[in-house]
Every structure is written in C-alpha cells, then in structure tokens.
Write a protein that binds this ligand. Structure first.
Ligand code: PHE
Length: 432
C-alpha cells in the first residue's frame, strides 16, 4: 500500500484516512498575512495590539497553524460528536493533527507559558466552507485572555477589589451598549466562581472588547470620511449589543454584535473560561476570561475591500495600496468580466436505490482545487426530485471572475471540465 506523507512548516505527517488538507490549502500555510505590516490584515492586527500594548498582555504571533486534535478540540472540552470535528468542516493532516480551526487551539499552552496577567494571539485559521465574497478557507483571528490567580490575594475581598480596579482602569467608550446579562439555565455561571466574580470578570471582559471594537470601528469611520464618504452612519454613535452564546470552554458565553450600515455584525465570541481548561493549564485556583475575534471581515469593512480573495492577491496594484499603520480605502484597479457555468447532476444511488448525499463542502473543495482564486462564488441554484424516477437533481452555479486579469473562455472550460470529471470519479454523480 502507498504511504504518503505531508510536510507542514518542517513537521512531517503520515497521511491516513483522515487526511483531507489539499495541496492548494497547504500552499497558503506560511503566507502569514498577519505578519506583513503593510497588508490590511497586518495593519488591523497592529491597530489592535498597539491599543493594548503596555497593559499586561503578552503578544503571541508566531504560533504555527499545524496543531494536534488535542489542542484544537480535546483540551477545550469539545464533545466527541461536535460538528467542528468532522472532516467536512475541518482540514486534517491526519487523524491526530489538523490545521487549527481557531486560535483558541493555543489557549492551553499560552495559559501555561504566559508570564503576564493576559495575552493576545494572532494567527491564520482554516475551515472548510462555502465559496463566496466573504468566505475563504483561510482567515485570521485574534485571541485574547486575562487571568486572576486567587493565590495572589489574601482573601476574596482583595481579589474582587483588584478586578474592580482593573475595570476602572479601562477607558470609557462612547458606544451605545445593550447587554442581556446571562440566563441562569441556558447560559449558566460555573459553580467554582461566585456570582460577584462572574459579574466582575464579565465586566472586565466586555469593557475590554468594547474598547477594541470602539478603536477599530471609529478608524473605519475616519477612513471612510477621509475617502470622501458622507453617508449618514458615519455621524451616528456606534451601537453594540451582547447576545448569549455557547462555547464548550467558556461559561457564561457571549457574542458581541456591532450595528454597522444597517446590519448587526457578529464579530467576536467570548466568555468566562471553564474550570476544566484552567485546571489542565496549571491554573487550578484562578478565574479568567477569553475572547476570539475574526479579522478578515472587519478588515474588509475598514479598508473597503469588496472580495475576501483580494487579501491573497500578489498583484502590486493591490499590495502597493497599503502602508504600515494607515487605514486607507481600497481603490479598485479594474473590474474584469466574469463567466458563469452551471453544473447539473443526479445524486448517486447505492445498491438499495438509496440516494447518497454529496456534502456541499466536498463539492466546494473540488472547485477550489481546480480553479483556486478564479472562482468568486459557488451556489446551489436548483434542486428537484424527478416525479417518475424519484431521482434527485442538483444544479450548482459557479461564478468565475479574476480580481487581477481577464480569464478566457477556454481557461474556464478546462477548469470546469476537470471539476465535472472529478465529481463523477469521486462521488459517482451522474452529470445531466
Ligand atoms: N474560538 C471561537 C470561535 O472561533 C471564539 C472564542 C474564543 C469564543 C474564545 C470564546 C472564547 O468562534
């Protein structure tokens, strides 16, 4: 039998039946957009890090994205059957290793190694997902955490006084805030924390994220005004709301949503860290919070970038527009014509006549491997059951469009034919 292996950033992984990280995805590992000070992702990262510099946070930016299943899921208490663990959602290197799906994969090691009260982690994360203007299989996250060790204080009163003074040290923002608190049944506090501790830790967490959001979105407004926009939202105060959420390693948990151009924008999950995580990180007598914020969608707003693929462009007309510590609105250099192809097929049947499902992310992966960043979006546009034969039909529409150049019809046909052939070969669909 054939033994394959993968090499990711100097580590070799023996392939097995879990391996599904494709050559194209692996080629993006190490691009490190967050480490480029003149790239929108790097600029946004610095904007955030600069705001929290000198406030007791260690900044981690060099942690590699190839991690173990243990780090990404197990130590965080993900149940065995959590969808996040499935091969259809995650890029596995093999059964024990994967490309991190979130920067929370490093909470455990950073809680252990960190010598300051808190830390930030910035890194690229990988998820199998649909293809459209706001989804890309690689994006970036910033993780934050803050710990208070009970052993550092004489008694509970002193601990609470310290957290309160840490809260008081956080500058006030002009945000309009809507906060629901937490539901004792659906989103309960943990027994090892007192009500007062949860109250104060949560306040510190929320005020911290509000400062982050305030800085970032006010910069976005400034940049838009500078670029000549006079839209009304630019003069309104920023509005946010806290909604309850669930994460296996925090309780209670929330998500912050920001009101932006007439929409609630989900941008950051967070909560009080669960005892399990603290205990297995040598912090058994401590309380802490953690959050994780996605950078790419925010950078799209900040820099006026219409399509997430642009972040990966190597075109000088893109790259030359951005300079260290400056937020500037992207000037499109051209709009190249697109090209559309529909792919219609009958879903495969097994021997008993049962229809097999084709996971949408598997189809996306085939398109991505064959067409890379020349695909703008893939959408299921039609689905029906044949009234006589009972066969299931699906039609996917693939929109081709390059951000950097013209693509020819021949080029599109070659890519599309490959995709069609592979759908037949790998999933047994019957093309119509
Ligand atoms: N890792 C979570 C995500 O990717 C965000 C999160 C981080 C939530 C830390 C809670 C605590 O959605």
């Amino acid at each position: 039998s054939q033994k394959d292996s993968l090499n990711v950033l100097g580590t070799t992984y023996e392939s097995d039946e879990w391996t599904n990280a494709t050559p194209r995805i692996l080629s993006l590992v190490g691009r490190d957009l967050h480490k480029n000070p003149n790239h929108p992702i790097g600029i946004l990262r610095s904007l955030i890090e600069n705001r929290f510099q000198g406030l007791g946070y260690t900044m981690y930016g060099d942690l590699k994205p190839n991690v173990s299943v243990k780090e990404n899921f197990d130590v965080l208490g993900f149940p065995a059957d959590h969808v996040g663990r499935s091969k259809s959602d995650t890029y596995y290197l093999n059964k024990d290793h994967l490309l991190r799906t979130h920067t929370s994969a490093h909470e455990h090691e950073c809680f252990i190694s960190c010598q300051t009260p808190g830390y930030f982690i910035c890194g690229d994360v990988y998820r199998r997902d649909e293809i459209d203007r706001t989804h890309y299989p690689v994006f970036h996250q910033m993780e934050g955490a803050r710990v208070w060790k009970r052993d550092d204080f004489k008694n509970e009163e002193e601990l609470l006084a310290k957290i309160q003074s840490d809260i008081d040290a956080i500058p006030k923002t002009d945000l309009i805030v809507e906060d629901v608190g937490y539901d004792p049944i659906e989103n309960p506090k943990q027994d090892f924390m007192t009500t007062k501790e949860v109250d104060l830790v949560s306040q510190h967490l929320k005020r911290t994220i509000e400062v982050l959001v305030d800085v970032v979105f006010n910069e976005a407004k400034k940049a838009a005004k500078l670029a000549g926009s006079t839209e009304e939202y630019l003069n309104e105060p920023l509005k946010i709301r806290w909604v309850e959420a669930y994460f296996p390693w925090t309780a209670p948990s929330w998500e912050i949503e920001v009101w932006w151009k007439g929409e609630w924008l989900e941008c950051c999950g967070c909560g009080n860290v669960r005892k399990l995580v603290l205990d297995n990180s040598n912090l058994d007598n401590s309380i802490a919070w953690a959050f994780g914020i996605g950078l790419d969608r925010i950078a799209m707003l900040l820099f006026g970038i219409p399509d997430i693929r642009l972040f990966w462009s190597l075109d000088e007309r893109f790259l030359s527009q951005f300079k260290q510590n400056q937020i500037s609105i992207f000037k499109p250099y051209s709009k190249y014509p697109g090209s559309v192809r529909d792919i219609s097929f009958w879903l495969p049947q097994n021997d008993d006549g049962k229809f097999l499902k084709l996971h949408e992310n598997d189809l996306m992966e085939i398109v991505r491997e064959n067409s890379g960043d020349l695909v703008e979006s893939v959408k299921l546009v039609d689905e029906f059951v044949h009234p006589k034969t009972g066969k299931h039909s699906q039609t996917y529409r693939v929109n081709f469009q390059s951000m950097d150049r013209n693509i020819t019809n021949e080029e599109v046909n070659v890519m599309n034919d490959k995709t069609r052939d592979e759908l037949v070969a790998k999933f047994g669909v019957q093309l119509r």
